[in-house]
Design a protein around this ligand. Sequence first.
Ligand SMILES: Cc1cc2nc3c(=O)[nH]c(=O)nc-3n(C[C@H](O)[C@H](O)[C@H](O)COP(=O)(O)OP(=O)(O)OC[C@H]3O[C@@H](n4cnc5c(N)ncnc54)[C@H](O)[C@@H]3O)c2cc1C
Length: 378
Amino acid sequence: MNPLSTYDFLIIGGGLFGAYSALYLAEKGYRSCILEKEAALFRKASIVNQARLHGGYHYPRSIATARMSDDHRERFTEDHKDFVNFEFEQYYAIEKYGSLTDAAQFERFCKYMNIRCERVMDHPLFDYSRLEALYLTTEYSFDPILIARHYVERLKTEPLIEVRMQQELLQAETEGDHWRVQVRDHSREETTEIQAPIVINATYAGSNAINRLFGGAEIELMHEISEMAFVAAPKIQHLGLTVMDGPFGSIMPYGKSGLLSVSSVAYTHHRVSYENLPNFPCQTPETGCRPGYLADCNPCIERPPSNYRKMLSQMGQYFSDEVEWQYFFSYFTIKSKLQASFIDDSRPTEISLLRENPHFYCIFAGKINSIYEIEKVV
Ligand SMILES: Cc1cc2nc3c(=O)[nH]c(=O)nc-3n(C[C@H](O)[C@H](O)[C@H](O)COP(=O)(O)OP(=O)(O)OC[C@H]3O[C@@H](n4cnc5c(N)ncnc54)[C@H](O)[C@@H]3O)c2cc1C
Protein backbone atom coordinates (compact mmCIF):
# COMPACT_ATOMS: atom_id res chain seq x y z
CA MET A 1 0.00 0.00 0.00
CA ASN A 2 1.27 3.48 -0.91
CA PRO A 3 1.18 6.12 1.86
CA LEU A 4 -2.00 8.23 1.49
CA SER A 5 -2.43 11.92 2.43
CA THR A 6 -5.65 13.92 2.35
CA TYR A 7 -6.06 17.67 1.70
CA ASP A 8 -8.87 20.11 0.88
CA PHE A 9 -7.04 21.20 -2.29
CA LEU A 10 -4.30 19.66 -4.37
CA ILE A 11 -2.37 22.30 -6.32
CA ILE A 12 -0.10 21.21 -9.13
CA GLY A 13 2.71 23.64 -10.03
CA GLY A 14 4.85 25.77 -7.75
CA GLY A 15 5.09 29.05 -9.66
CA LEU A 16 3.43 32.27 -8.59
CA PHE A 17 -0.10 31.13 -9.45
CA GLY A 18 0.19 27.85 -7.52
CA ALA A 19 1.79 29.64 -4.56
CA TYR A 20 -0.78 32.45 -4.48
CA SER A 21 -3.68 29.97 -4.77
CA ALA A 22 -2.40 27.94 -1.80
CA LEU A 23 -1.91 31.06 0.35
CA TYR A 24 -5.32 32.45 -0.57
CA LEU A 25 -6.96 29.12 0.32
CA ALA A 26 -5.01 28.92 3.59
CA GLU A 27 -6.40 32.34 4.54
CA LYS A 28 -9.87 30.82 4.11
CA GLY A 29 -8.87 27.91 6.36
CA TYR A 30 -8.26 25.26 3.68
CA ARG A 31 -5.39 22.76 3.77
CA SER A 32 -3.56 22.27 0.53
CA CYS A 33 -0.60 20.50 -0.94
CA ILE A 34 1.54 21.94 -3.74
CA LEU A 35 3.19 19.39 -6.00
CA GLU A 36 6.17 20.77 -7.93
CA LYS A 37 8.12 18.91 -10.53
CA GLU A 38 11.44 20.71 -10.01
CA ALA A 39 13.71 20.55 -6.96
CA ALA A 40 12.77 24.17 -6.10
CA LEU A 41 9.78 26.48 -6.53
CA PHE A 42 9.73 29.38 -9.00
CA ARG A 43 12.06 28.05 -11.65
CA LYS A 44 10.02 28.78 -14.79
CA ALA A 45 7.87 31.61 -16.19
CA SER A 46 7.38 33.29 -12.81
CA ILE A 47 11.05 34.30 -12.77
CA VAL A 48 11.92 34.14 -16.48
CA ASN A 49 9.86 37.05 -17.75
CA GLN A 50 10.23 40.69 -18.65
CA ALA A 51 8.97 41.82 -15.22
CA ARG A 52 6.65 44.39 -16.74
CA LEU A 53 3.87 45.39 -14.40
CA HIS A 54 1.57 45.89 -17.33
CA GLY A 55 -0.16 49.23 -17.49
CA GLY A 56 -2.10 48.36 -20.66
CA TYR A 57 0.25 50.00 -23.18
CA HIS A 58 1.44 46.75 -24.61
CA TYR A 59 -1.90 45.72 -26.06
CA PRO A 60 -3.19 48.33 -28.51
CA ARG A 61 -4.72 45.39 -30.42
CA SER A 62 -6.55 43.87 -27.43
CA ILE A 63 -8.58 46.26 -25.31
CA ALA A 64 -9.66 43.22 -23.23
CA THR A 65 -6.06 42.41 -22.22
CA ALA A 66 -5.22 46.06 -21.73
CA ARG A 67 -8.23 46.37 -19.41
CA MET A 68 -7.34 43.16 -17.58
CA SER A 69 -3.82 44.50 -16.91
CA ASP A 70 -5.41 47.61 -15.55
CA ASP A 71 -7.95 45.73 -13.39
CA HIS A 72 -5.41 44.28 -10.97
CA ARG A 73 -2.49 46.63 -11.36
CA GLU A 74 -3.26 48.80 -8.35
CA ARG A 75 -3.85 45.91 -5.99
CA PHE A 76 -0.79 43.98 -7.18
CA THR A 77 1.36 47.09 -6.89
CA GLU A 78 0.12 47.81 -3.38
CA ASP A 79 0.53 44.20 -2.19
CA HIS A 80 4.02 43.91 -3.70
CA LYS A 81 5.25 47.49 -3.36
CA ASP A 82 8.50 46.43 -1.68
CA PHE A 83 9.34 44.46 -4.81
CA VAL A 84 8.35 47.01 -7.42
CA ASN A 85 10.74 49.39 -9.16
CA PHE A 86 8.95 52.76 -9.37
CA GLU A 87 12.15 54.67 -10.07
CA PHE A 88 12.57 54.60 -13.82
CA GLU A 89 11.22 56.31 -16.90
CA GLN A 90 9.24 53.99 -19.10
CA TYR A 91 9.16 54.93 -22.81
CA TYR A 92 7.09 53.42 -25.59
CA ALA A 93 8.01 54.09 -29.21
CA ILE A 94 6.39 53.40 -32.57
CA GLU A 95 8.67 51.92 -35.27
CA LYS A 96 8.66 53.79 -38.56
CA TYR A 97 8.87 50.64 -40.66
CA GLY A 98 6.55 47.63 -40.50
CA SER A 99 4.65 48.46 -37.31
CA LEU A 100 1.12 47.15 -36.86
CA THR A 101 0.19 50.40 -35.19
CA ASP A 102 1.05 54.05 -35.76
CA ALA A 103 1.45 57.13 -33.63
CA ALA A 104 -2.11 58.40 -34.13
CA GLN A 105 -3.64 55.01 -33.28
CA PHE A 106 -1.41 54.57 -30.22
CA GLU A 107 -2.34 58.02 -28.93
CA ARG A 108 -6.05 57.32 -29.49
CA PHE A 109 -5.71 54.00 -27.66
CA CYS A 110 -3.96 55.60 -24.66
CA LYS A 111 -6.56 58.35 -24.55
CA TYR A 112 -9.35 55.75 -24.61
CA MET A 113 -7.60 53.80 -21.83
CA ASN A 114 -6.97 57.05 -19.95
CA ILE A 115 -3.26 56.25 -19.48
CA ARG A 116 -0.35 58.68 -19.56
CA CYS A 117 1.25 59.10 -22.97
CA GLU A 118 3.43 62.20 -23.41
CA ARG A 119 5.08 62.68 -26.75
CA VAL A 120 8.84 63.29 -26.47
CA MET A 121 10.11 65.15 -29.52
CA ASP A 122 13.76 65.16 -28.57
CA HIS A 123 15.87 63.09 -26.16
CA PRO A 124 19.67 62.86 -26.13
CA LEU A 125 19.74 59.13 -25.32
CA PHE A 126 17.53 58.04 -28.22
CA ASP A 127 18.23 57.76 -31.93
CA TYR A 128 15.04 58.78 -33.76
CA SER A 129 16.01 57.53 -37.23
CA ARG A 130 13.72 54.49 -37.02
CA LEU A 131 11.15 55.97 -34.62
CA GLU A 132 7.92 57.50 -35.77
CA ALA A 133 7.20 58.69 -32.24
CA LEU A 134 8.47 58.34 -28.68
CA TYR A 135 6.25 58.58 -25.58
CA LEU A 136 6.90 58.87 -21.88
CA THR A 137 4.44 56.65 -20.02
CA THR A 138 3.85 55.40 -16.49
CA GLU A 139 4.57 51.73 -16.09
CA TYR A 140 6.59 49.89 -13.45
CA SER A 141 8.63 46.75 -13.18
CA PHE A 142 8.31 44.08 -10.50
CA ASP A 143 11.26 42.12 -9.20
CA PRO A 144 10.59 38.43 -9.93
CA ILE A 145 13.41 37.18 -7.73
CA LEU A 146 12.30 39.19 -4.69
CA ILE A 147 8.68 38.18 -5.27
CA ALA A 148 9.69 34.53 -5.50
CA ARG A 149 11.64 34.78 -2.22
CA HIS A 150 8.73 36.50 -0.52
CA TYR A 151 6.25 33.78 -1.54
CA VAL A 152 8.64 30.94 -0.69
CA GLU A 153 9.06 32.42 2.81
CA ARG A 154 5.31 32.81 3.25
CA LEU A 155 4.71 29.21 2.17
CA LYS A 156 7.29 27.97 4.69
CA THR A 157 5.50 29.58 7.61
CA GLU A 158 1.95 28.59 6.64
CA PRO A 159 0.97 25.43 8.56
CA LEU A 160 -2.00 24.69 6.27
CA ILE A 161 0.25 24.27 3.22
CA GLU A 162 2.54 21.39 2.41
CA VAL A 163 4.99 21.78 -0.47
CA ARG A 164 6.50 18.74 -2.15
CA MET A 165 9.26 18.99 -4.76
CA GLN A 166 10.46 16.58 -7.44
CA GLN A 167 6.99 15.14 -7.88
CA GLU A 168 5.70 13.36 -10.95
CA LEU A 169 2.00 12.70 -11.28
CA LEU A 170 1.40 9.20 -12.56
CA GLN A 171 -2.33 8.68 -12.41
CA ALA A 172 -5.52 10.46 -11.40
CA GLU A 173 -8.92 8.89 -10.83
CA THR A 174 -12.15 9.83 -9.14
CA GLU A 175 -13.37 8.00 -6.07
CA GLY A 176 -16.80 9.26 -5.07
CA ASP A 177 -16.56 13.00 -4.40
CA HIS A 178 -12.76 13.27 -4.46
CA TRP A 179 -9.71 12.73 -6.61
CA ARG A 180 -7.19 10.03 -5.84
CA VAL A 181 -3.83 10.83 -7.38
CA GLN A 182 -0.77 8.62 -7.59
CA VAL A 183 2.51 10.52 -7.43
CA ARG A 184 6.14 9.49 -7.82
CA ASP A 185 8.30 11.34 -5.32
CA HIS A 186 11.70 11.50 -7.04
CA SER A 187 13.38 13.00 -3.97
CA ARG A 188 12.89 9.67 -2.18
CA GLU A 189 12.10 7.44 -5.13
CA GLU A 190 8.82 6.29 -3.61
CA THR A 191 5.23 6.35 -4.81
CA THR A 192 2.61 8.08 -2.70
CA GLU A 193 -1.11 8.78 -3.01
CA ILE A 194 -3.01 11.98 -2.44
CA GLN A 195 -6.70 12.46 -1.97
CA ALA A 196 -8.48 15.80 -2.40
CA PRO A 197 -11.97 16.94 -3.43
CA ILE A 198 -10.58 19.81 -5.53
CA VAL A 199 -7.52 19.93 -7.79
CA ILE A 200 -6.00 23.10 -9.29
CA ASN A 201 -3.66 22.79 -12.23
CA ALA A 202 -1.22 25.75 -12.19
CA THR A 203 1.50 24.33 -14.41
CA TYR A 204 1.42 26.95 -17.23
CA ALA A 205 3.44 25.34 -20.06
CA GLY A 206 2.60 21.95 -18.53
CA SER A 207 -1.16 22.65 -18.41
CA ASN A 208 -2.37 20.27 -21.10
CA ALA A 209 -0.41 17.26 -19.86
CA ILE A 210 -2.10 17.61 -16.47
CA ASN A 211 -5.50 18.34 -18.05
CA ARG A 212 -5.17 15.07 -19.98
CA LEU A 213 -4.26 13.12 -16.86
CA PHE A 214 -7.42 14.38 -15.14
CA GLY A 215 -9.61 13.81 -18.18
CA GLY A 216 -10.19 17.56 -18.67
CA ALA A 217 -10.45 19.32 -22.03
CA GLU A 218 -7.23 20.66 -23.48
CA ILE A 219 -6.53 24.35 -23.99
CA GLU A 220 -5.51 25.32 -27.53
CA LEU A 221 -1.94 26.43 -26.89
CA MET A 222 1.30 27.16 -28.69
CA HIS A 223 4.70 27.24 -27.01
CA GLU A 224 8.00 29.00 -27.58
CA ILE A 225 11.42 28.32 -26.05
CA SER A 226 12.15 31.88 -25.00
CA GLU A 227 15.24 33.74 -23.95
CA MET A 228 15.46 36.80 -21.74
CA ALA A 229 18.90 38.43 -21.90
CA PHE A 230 20.23 40.46 -18.97
CA VAL A 231 22.55 43.40 -19.48
CA ALA A 232 23.92 46.45 -17.71
CA ALA A 233 23.93 49.79 -19.53
CA PRO A 234 24.80 52.54 -17.01
CA LYS A 235 23.58 55.41 -19.24
CA ILE A 236 20.06 53.96 -19.44
CA GLN A 237 19.92 52.21 -16.07
CA HIS A 238 16.81 54.18 -15.11
CA LEU A 239 15.01 53.90 -18.37
CA GLY A 240 12.88 51.38 -20.24
CA LEU A 241 11.94 51.26 -23.92
CA THR A 242 9.35 49.16 -25.72
CA VAL A 243 9.05 49.45 -29.49
CA MET A 244 5.58 48.80 -30.89
CA ASP A 245 4.00 46.89 -32.53
CA GLY A 246 5.47 43.94 -34.40
CA PRO A 247 8.83 42.15 -34.57
CA PHE A 248 10.61 44.69 -32.37
CA GLY A 249 11.66 44.55 -28.73
CA SER A 250 11.88 45.81 -25.18
CA ILE A 251 14.55 46.70 -22.70
CA MET A 252 13.69 47.61 -19.13
CA PRO A 253 14.83 47.25 -15.52
CA TYR A 254 14.43 43.72 -14.18
CA GLY A 255 12.86 44.86 -10.95
CA LYS A 256 15.38 46.21 -8.48
CA SER A 257 18.24 43.99 -9.62
CA GLY A 258 20.19 46.79 -11.33
CA LEU A 259 20.10 44.76 -14.55
CA LEU A 260 18.03 45.42 -17.65
CA SER A 261 16.10 42.61 -19.28
CA VAL A 262 16.12 42.53 -23.07
CA SER A 263 13.66 40.73 -25.30
CA SER A 264 12.88 40.83 -28.97
CA VAL A 265 9.85 39.49 -30.77
CA ALA A 266 12.19 38.35 -33.57
CA TYR A 267 14.99 36.77 -31.50
CA THR A 268 13.67 35.86 -28.03
CA HIS A 269 11.71 32.88 -29.31
CA HIS A 270 14.10 30.19 -30.46
CA ARG A 271 11.81 27.27 -31.21
CA VAL A 272 8.05 27.12 -31.61
CA SER A 273 5.65 24.25 -31.01
CA TYR A 274 2.11 24.58 -32.33
CA GLU A 275 0.92 21.45 -30.55
CA ASN A 276 -1.10 21.53 -27.34
CA LEU A 277 1.73 19.79 -25.51
CA PRO A 278 5.10 21.52 -26.00
CA ASN A 279 6.91 19.26 -28.43
CA PHE A 280 10.47 20.28 -29.34
CA PRO A 281 13.29 18.47 -31.16
CA CYS A 282 15.62 19.23 -28.22
CA GLN A 283 13.59 16.89 -25.97
CA THR A 284 16.06 13.99 -26.23
CA PRO A 285 16.16 11.12 -23.67
CA GLU A 286 19.38 12.62 -22.20
CA THR A 287 17.56 15.86 -21.26
CA GLY A 288 14.81 14.07 -19.32
CA CYS A 289 12.41 16.55 -20.93
CA ARG A 290 9.21 15.29 -22.54
CA PRO A 291 6.15 17.08 -23.95
CA GLY A 292 4.18 15.82 -20.94
CA TYR A 293 6.91 16.42 -18.36
CA LEU A 294 8.95 19.52 -19.10
CA ALA A 295 12.42 20.07 -17.74
CA ASP A 296 14.00 23.39 -16.74
CA CYS A 297 15.61 24.90 -19.87
CA ASN A 298 18.36 26.72 -17.96
CA PRO A 299 20.64 23.85 -16.94
CA CYS A 300 19.62 21.84 -20.03
CA ILE A 301 22.40 20.46 -22.27
CA GLU A 302 20.23 21.15 -25.34
CA ARG A 303 19.54 24.77 -24.44
CA PRO A 304 19.79 26.86 -27.64
CA PRO A 305 22.76 29.19 -28.11
CA SER A 306 21.99 32.73 -26.97
CA ASN A 307 20.64 35.32 -29.39
CA TYR A 308 21.74 38.19 -27.15
CA ARG A 309 23.97 39.79 -29.81
CA LYS A 310 21.05 39.99 -32.26
CA MET A 311 18.73 41.34 -29.58
CA LEU A 312 21.20 44.00 -28.53
CA SER A 313 21.99 45.07 -32.05
CA GLN A 314 18.24 45.36 -32.77
CA MET A 315 17.53 47.38 -29.63
CA GLY A 316 20.80 49.31 -29.89
CA GLN A 317 19.64 51.09 -33.04
CA TYR A 318 17.02 53.02 -31.04
CA PHE A 319 19.64 54.52 -28.71
CA SER A 320 22.32 57.11 -29.30
CA ASP A 321 25.94 56.00 -29.71
CA GLU A 322 26.84 57.03 -26.18
CA VAL A 323 24.81 54.10 -24.77
CA GLU A 324 27.03 51.07 -24.12
CA TRP A 325 25.98 47.57 -23.07
CA GLN A 326 27.52 44.81 -21.06
CA TYR A 327 25.89 41.40 -21.42
CA PHE A 328 25.74 39.20 -18.31
CA PHE A 329 23.62 36.11 -18.87
CA SER A 330 20.35 34.78 -20.28
CA TYR A 331 17.50 32.84 -18.77
CA PHE A 332 15.43 30.46 -20.88
CA THR A 333 11.96 29.04 -20.36
CA ILE A 334 8.94 27.89 -22.34
CA LYS A 335 6.46 30.66 -23.01
CA SER A 336 2.96 29.38 -23.71
CA LYS A 337 0.16 31.33 -25.35
CA LEU A 338 -3.41 30.70 -26.35
CA GLN A 339 -3.48 29.95 -30.07
CA ALA A 340 -6.28 32.51 -30.36
CA SER A 341 -3.85 35.20 -29.16
CA PHE A 342 -2.04 35.00 -32.48
CA ILE A 343 -4.54 37.48 -33.92
CA ASP A 344 -4.50 40.29 -31.35
CA ASP A 345 -1.45 39.37 -29.22
CA SER A 346 -3.74 39.21 -26.17
CA ARG A 347 -2.62 37.50 -22.94
CA PRO A 348 -5.74 36.75 -20.92
CA THR A 349 -5.62 34.68 -17.76
CA GLU A 350 -8.13 31.85 -18.05
CA ILE A 351 -9.37 29.81 -15.16
CA SER A 352 -11.55 26.94 -16.28
CA LEU A 353 -13.51 24.37 -14.38
CA LEU A 354 -12.73 21.32 -16.53
CA ARG A 355 -14.31 18.58 -14.39
CA GLU A 356 -17.09 18.76 -11.81
CA ASN A 357 -17.75 16.68 -8.70
CA PRO A 358 -14.94 16.27 -7.93
CA HIS A 359 -13.72 19.59 -9.23
CA PHE A 360 -10.68 20.08 -11.43
CA TYR A 361 -9.61 23.63 -12.35
CA CYS A 362 -6.95 24.80 -14.76
CA ILE A 363 -5.37 28.25 -14.36
CA PHE A 364 -3.64 29.38 -17.50
CA ALA A 365 -1.94 32.63 -16.63
CA GLY A 366 -1.26 35.39 -19.11
CA LYS A 367 0.02 38.05 -16.72
CA ILE A 368 1.66 38.06 -13.32
CA ASN A 369 -0.70 40.67 -11.87
CA SER A 370 -3.76 38.55 -12.62
CA ILE A 371 -3.07 36.25 -9.63
CA TYR A 372 -6.26 37.56 -8.00
CA GLU A 373 -8.45 36.03 -10.71
CA ILE A 374 -8.37 32.80 -8.70
CA GLU A 375 -10.46 34.50 -6.02
CA LYS A 376 -13.34 35.00 -8.44
CA VAL A 377 -13.54 31.32 -9.21
CA VAL A 378 -12.46 28.99 -6.42
C1 LIG B 1 9.44 35.10 -21.67
C2 LIG B 1 8.25 35.55 -20.86
C3 LIG B 1 8.03 36.91 -20.64
C4 LIG B 1 6.92 37.31 -19.87
N1 LIG B 1 6.79 38.63 -19.55
C5 LIG B 1 5.83 39.00 -18.67
C6 LIG B 1 5.78 40.34 -18.18
O1 LIG B 1 6.62 41.18 -18.51
N2 LIG B 1 4.77 40.66 -17.32
C7 LIG B 1 3.83 39.74 -16.90
O2 LIG B 1 2.94 40.09 -16.12
N3 LIG B 1 3.87 38.46 -17.35
C8 LIG B 1 4.84 38.07 -18.20
N4 LIG B 1 4.90 36.77 -18.62
C9 LIG B 1 3.83 35.84 -18.22
C10 LIG B 1 4.04 35.35 -16.78
O3 LIG B 1 5.40 35.14 -16.53
C11 LIG B 1 3.24 34.07 -16.57
O4 LIG B 1 1.90 34.33 -16.88
C12 LIG B 1 3.31 33.58 -15.13
O5 LIG B 1 4.62 33.58 -14.63
C13 LIG B 1 2.75 32.18 -15.04
O6 LIG B 1 2.90 31.77 -13.70
P1 LIG B 1 2.56 30.27 -13.34
O7 LIG B 1 2.73 30.13 -11.88
O8 LIG B 1 1.24 29.91 -13.92
O9 LIG B 1 3.65 29.44 -14.18
P2 LIG B 1 5.15 29.02 -13.83
O10 LIG B 1 5.89 30.06 -13.11
O11 LIG B 1 5.74 28.48 -15.09
O12 LIG B 1 4.93 27.84 -12.80
C14 LIG B 1 4.43 26.57 -13.21
C15 LIG B 1 5.09 25.55 -12.32
O13 LIG B 1 4.51 24.28 -12.60
C16 LIG B 1 5.55 23.31 -12.59
N5 LIG B 1 5.12 22.17 -13.38
C17 LIG B 1 4.98 22.08 -14.73
N6 LIG B 1 4.56 20.85 -15.07
C18 LIG B 1 4.42 20.16 -13.92
C19 LIG B 1 4.01 18.83 -13.60
N7 LIG B 1 3.68 17.96 -14.56
N8 LIG B 1 3.97 18.46 -12.32
C20 LIG B 1 4.31 19.33 -11.31
N9 LIG B 1 4.72 20.60 -11.55
C21 LIG B 1 4.76 21.00 -12.84
C22 LIG B 1 6.74 24.04 -13.20
O14 LIG B 1 7.95 23.41 -12.89
C23 LIG B 1 6.59 25.42 -12.57
O15 LIG B 1 7.27 25.51 -11.34
C24 LIG B 1 5.99 36.33 -19.37
C25 LIG B 1 6.22 34.98 -19.60
C26 LIG B 1 7.35 34.58 -20.30
C27 LIG B 1 7.61 33.11 -20.46
